[in-house]
Design a protein around this ligand. Sequence first.
Ligand code: FAD
Ligand code: DHB
Length: 394
Amino acid sequence: MRTTVGIIGAGPAGLLLARLLHRAGIDSVVLESRDRAYVERRQRAGILEQGTVDVLREAGAAARMDREGLPHDGIELRFARRRHRVDFPALTGGRSVTVYAQTEVCKDLIALQLAEGGPLLFEAEALAVEGAESENPRVRFRHRGREDTLDCDYVVGCDGFWGVARTAMPEALSRVYERTYPYGWLGILADVPPSHDELVYARHDRGFALLSMRSPTVTRAYLQVPDGTDAADWTDDEIWDELDRRLETDDAWRLARGPVTAKSVTPMRSYVHEPMRHGRLFLAGDAAHIVPPTGAKGLNLAVGDVVTFARALVAYREKGDASRLDAYSDTCLRRVWQAERFSYAMTTMLHRAPDATPFDDRIQLARLDRITTARSAETDLAESYTGFPLDQQD
Ligand code: FAD
Ligand code: DHB
């Protein structure tokens, strides 16, 4: 099998890249190790930055998002039983975010790819990337029990944190920056209308809580839990009781409960692999970097990477200008490190570490106090949360 761009992984990064290339008249093949139902059901992110929304529209992949996505103009911070709203458009010159689940983005992109785009092979596991330094890199893969080779001009590893593409980077060139956190998130989906019309991020002495949503009738919520927690250890009532405690305010706000339909635990990690390119092998999304979920940057970073790659390849093919392909890693890493900074800051401001001292608690409250009283600090949060325009950065 032969193609111009071999894409490993059909998460948001791989699927969007295939779509962008198709729109630019560049052929690609996507290899995905799991089956379609699994990819479409995997519960993950829910918040799209303004720039991600704009890219999906430009890619002709936004029809359902524009009908069903929920535009959000702010978030609420809760701490010390108080509430503070951060008004995004007022602080950022009009930017906002959209609540539209990663599952739905993937479903929309899969349907478009199968209807209009190049091959998208499910249950096709990449085994190795070979010849990254040559003109013709290859992906060895297994599809329905048979081994095959995909010959490419470029390979883009969009195969997530546990994928194979990163392992093809020479060890001598690789630098890894990493941090783990001694807690994770217990996430639920529940059939009950969200109890607040915007997302609520709560800092509490018992730990962090986040109230989110998937639609006007479905609540998504998260609780900070100790590392190693099994979701099955928490009954539905215990989860609602704990959300109630951590989200409590001094006013009449009340949390509405409903049937829990899904429950899972996500570990937290910060991770960056540098560089993101070697020869004709490029890494994009979680294959190259992970952020802790506080601040909802993971999916949006993946989008930024593949937009940068697609634009760079188009510039090379149309104008013979290789400078953007050459700058791919540096361009992406600048945005990646800003997201790492923001996700780390949000995580450490809102979660209670098991060894937290009263001093640490006071610092967290002082950071929140600063955001809620100094416009410059609040603006920094709003700009980082809504994301910076992609075209200013590549
Ligand atoms: P992925 O979505 O991981 O896609 C990689 C794809 O590659 C997968 O489909 C995988 O099956 C496939 N693959 C892997 N290996 C191979 C192989 N060898 N051959 C072929 N295919 C392969 N972000 C947020 O902003 N908010 C959240 O609440 C949130 N929750 C998360 C919960 C979990 C459990 C995880 C893991 C991540 C979460 N994230 C969240 C992060 C966000 O979902 C990711 O940043 C985003 O999915 C990255 O997209 P991606 O396409 O780079 O990688
Ligand atoms: C969601 C996830 C996040 O990481 C976040 O910061 C906000 C919302 C969500 O899944 O709804």
